[in-house]
Design a protein around this ligand. Sequence first.
Ligand SMILES: Nc1ncnc2c1ncn2[C@@H]1O[C@H](COP(=O)(O)OP(=O)(O)OP(=O)(O)O)[C@@H](O)[C@H]1O
Length: 308
Amino acid sequence: MVDMANPVIQVEGLRCSYGDFEAVRGVDFEVARGELFGLLGTNGAGKTTTMEAVEGLRATTGGTIRVLGADPLADRRAIRPKVGIMLQDSGFPGDLTVGEMVAFWRSTSSRASDAAEAVEALDLVHRVDVRIKQLSGGERRRLDLLLATLGRPEVLFLDEPTTGLDPESRQRVWEVVRGLLDGGTTIVLTTHYLEEAESLAHRIAIMSEGRIAVSGRVADVLARQPARISFDVPAGFDVCALPILAGDVVHHPAGRVEVRTGELQRDLGDLLDWARRDGRALTGLRANHASLEDVFHAVRTDEKAMSR
Ligand SMILES: Nc1ncnc2c1ncn2[C@@H]1O[C@H](COP(=O)(O)OP(=O)(O)OP(=O)(O)O)[C@@H](O)[C@H]1O
């Protein structure tokens, strides 16, 4: 059960600028202990800038941030041992081997976890004697995650942790992240993979042009978007033949009818009754709740409408 009464991370009215350009324009969110909060958004929406500010790596121009009750920039030394950070580009020394880097990193933490276990979990055993600069992009990402989690952080920031990973490696990273959540770690994650957010996040926020456009529990965010029912219809089909439905009907030229509805069960029932009565086969019938992709698309559409 997520305890929102005692958030581990509190961000209020956050603003960040690069010169005259304001990249983050008043962002608010809270993350409870043991929760995974997903920060999504288009390229340039302000996710990394927000993450860097919350990590204490970037000065802000407005608002307040508290991580474990402290200001992450001013009180960095106090909270740093409890925080793990996986940047988009970690810049670790390429001449060290994986094993040397892990040993060095481990020696810097008083709370280090079992390195051998972590190396195994992230499938890097066979790369221990390889120099970092010789790793593939996916292996680098897995090493970055390993190093970010080695100190058993209470709070973990993951900036696009699975970019460039093949599906199997991505699953492996998800397993490691789920294990950390089971152990009570609080995680903030940015990602462009919507299925990753859908699969891992308790709550998400979708950023658009420096602000949070949509936020909430994944199920609640999805429930705010219409569901879809679709099926094939023969050439020359007249949509007036359909029963009266709560949703909007779109007749695609390729011979498919789509219903976008906030009343999935009722409209689906009415359509099935109608098909049975008229002896019609609804070939290719599909009924789905909205996906995060639909929500993302709606945010993009609003973004474009606002910029017109
Ligand atoms: N060093 C910088 N100097 C000037 N502008 C910057 C700098 N870094 C980022 N920006 C701008 O700030 C905005 C937000 O960038 P940010 O990297 O936070 O976005 P993002 O949501 O993380 O994007 P992406 O998904 O591409 O990583 C963008 O318009 C970007 O061009």
